[in-house]
Design a protein around this ligand. Structure first.
Ligand code: OAD
Length: 270
């Protein structure tokens, strides 16, 4: 038996024994790559490696508020590709839904703006969209909301939407570099301290303040990392468990070890 499978079984036993009743899940773009949405930082397939056509001064400028003010077009070119509606949740998203259905999910913190957790059936009150989402949009000057149907039209045609009140630029309520995270993030950011299990999936944990969340878990609370590569300081505590590899595969392994695989596959197939 490899060390890895022992630790997987260890976590599964911990869950099966009923000791994990308040699970916090933290996710990033890696949970949606198998849905067809690129992540940001993977060397060849990530968004930041594939933006040369947008002629940006540096890749992250596409999500930078000061850059957007002067040149919103690159963001809107990308928004067309990323706009929700064309992608289906992955089995990893359904796993979070399953944790909720079992009454075990304390909170999901997601950095993703694709709304796929919602689409998988995780209810609004369980989700903290730390980097906002495409669900709403407003004027960056006067903050007036901008209608959903007009937004959908603008995205489809590749036009840049302007405020109907003041003519300012309209932006989806996604958190850009240089902007504050939503109040819900700050209201909930100590929740990890109440958790009895933490599962971090599909994130490089490079962007603050999100990246600091796993650090709020109590010493002795197992923290599981399900990711292609190591991330953040996961692995530095005695109770950390690294399940490295593809999230959908590792999630299936964990579900199988908990005796939930069939239930999970059925939920996902719905
Ligand atoms: P990153 O692209 O930084 O990290 C994604 C992580 O998921 C990497 O460690 C990948 O190796 C891993 N990964 C990719 N596909 C995977 C798969 N199928 N199975 C397992 N692991 C996989 O994305 P985030 O951490 O989400 O913010 O990025 C954080 C923030 O940076 C984003 O929310 C966005 C970005 O700039 C803003 O725009 C404000």
């Amino acid at each position: 038996q490899t060390l890895e499978s022992r630790t997987l079984d260890g976590i599964a036993n911990y869950i099966k024994s009923g000791r994990a009743q308040r699970i916090v899940v933290m996710t990033g773009a890696g949970t949606s790559t198998s849905a067809g949405i690129p992540d940001f930082r993977s060397p060849e397939t990530g968004l930041y490696a594939n933006l040369s056509r947008l002629n940006l001064p540096y890749a992250e400028a596409v999500f930078d508020i000061s850059y957007f003010r002067n040149n919103p077009l690159p963001f809107y070119t990308l928004a067309r590709e990323l706009y929700p509606g064309k992608y289906r949740p992955t089995i990893t998203h359904s796993f979070i839904r399953l944790l909720h259905d079992k009454g075990l999910l304390l909170k999901l913190f997601t950095q993703n703006i694709d709304c796929l957790e919602r689409e998988a059936g995780v209810p609004d009150e369980a989700i903290v969209e730390a980097h906002g989402s495409f669900a709403r949009q407003s004027c960056i000057e006067c903050r007036s909301p901008y209608p959903d149907d007009s937004m959908r039209e603008m995205i489809a045609t590749g036009d840049v939407p302007h405020c109907e009140e003041c003519g300012g630029l309209v932006k989806p309520e996604i958190v850009f570099f240089g902007e504050q995270l939503p109040a819900a993030f700050f209201l909930n950011r100590m929740k990890p301290a109440e958790a009895d299990l933490c599962i971090v999936m599909g994130t490089s944990l490079t962007v603050q303040p999100f990246a600091s969340l796993p650090g709020f878990c109590a010493e002795g609370t197992p923290r599981v990392l399900i990711n292609k590569e190591r991330a953040g300081s996961l692995g530095s505590r005695a109770d950390d468990v690294l399940l490295l590899g593809d999230c959908d595969e590792r999630v299936r392994d964990l579900a199988r070890a908990c005796g939930w695989l069939e239930e999970l596959e059925t939920l996902w197939a719905k």
